[in-house]
Design a binder for this molecule. Sequence first.
Ligand code: NAP
Length: 255
Amino acid sequence: MERTKVGKRFIGKVAIVTASTQGIGFSIAERFGLEGASVVISSRKQQNVDKAADKLSAKGIELLAVVCHVSNAAQRKNLVDKTLEKYGQIDVVVSNAAVHPSADPILQTQESILDKLWEINVKSIVLLLKDAAPHLKKGSSVVLISSLVAYNPPPTMAMYGVTKTAVLGLTKALASEMAPNTRVNCVVPGIAPTHFVANYTSNDATREELERKALIGRLGTAEDMAAATSFLASDDASYITGENLVVSGGMPSRL
Ligand code: NAP
């Protein structure tokens, strides 16, 4: 898809985006950067961090690149500390990391997998924000990334879906807790072909079935998710908090 023209809503702003070396997180970082932000990208693997940093730098984006596995306390703290060391402020935090390690029914999911889902998809959001919150000033913004399956978890994504339902709840609760200085909103992607959903989108029949469910007649892109995230993080959304924005091309969601 041809990139739409972007504005410059983030000049002078500093944005941390977790899990941002590929897929949706990378596109969010890229969008913020193209709109003038200094972006702090991160993920678990140094080589992925380096590659993503090179790609963004080549586009003239100002950035800091840090290794951060979101369930590692020292690496989360380091992410915040390094951001403050380099830029002295944090204006936006996007918590994007998640895992979907098992297609088992909930009652057959191993306890270690339940722990991992909770750790990465829910608890790490809270713990990262605990580190970042003291530095978030008036006008700052948090965006969480949920999923369309949060509204009605399907059998093969059941427990993952439930963690994404929790993210909707977190959005409401944190919006209240962090008001009025920090807005907290949530983007709810339908489906955008990335590594994360390759099992579904690489199968022609499944992909076509998913495309038919979208009123717009195509799957989403990481850039579609980045556009919604940048809107919610920007001052264009300065009177919006505690909300979830579905970006699914009109796939069935909620009222
Ligand atoms: P993706 O393309 O697979 O990218 C995942 C990114 O996360 C990579 O940069 C990876 O880099 C990093 N990562 C993985 N585990 C991490 C961890 N524990 N800590 C830090 N970074 C980690 O995934 P995506 O599709 O962009 O998904 C991003 C978010 O969108 C997730 O929250 C997902 O639930 C949500 N979502 C996606 C879709 C979709 O259709 N794609 C739909 C609904 C919701 P390393 O390997 O270097 O860590």
